[in-house]
Write a new protein. Structure first.
Length: 84
């Protein structure tokens, strides 16, 4: 219940609190994010974006190394074997 007596709608923070244990929840706590200076908050969001981009990049690169390259090599060996 907030100060004007209306029931609060379940927010993203609420659903996150269901999935995350309490000791990790300080990060998602609205009051904490408001108390943190704006500069620091921007830095943390930029870091999150960078980490997610790094994850996507790694997925693409790994799929290239472990899926596409072996296929190319196997096709190469197939052509060499066919020539003999």
């Amino acid at each position: 219940m907030n100060n004007n007596g209306k029931k609060r709608k379940p927010t993203l923070i609420f659903f996150l609190s269901l999935t995350f244990p309490k000791r990790y929840m300080w990060w998602f706590d609205k009051e904490h994010l408001i108390n943190v200076k704006g500069n620091k908050r921007v830095i943390t969001f930029i870091l999150l974006i960078l980490i997610s981009l790094l994850g996507i990049y790694l997925m693409v690169v790994e799929s290239f190394f472990f899926v596409i390259l072996p296929l190319l090599f196997s096709y190469d060996f197939y052509l060499v074997a066919k020539k003999r």
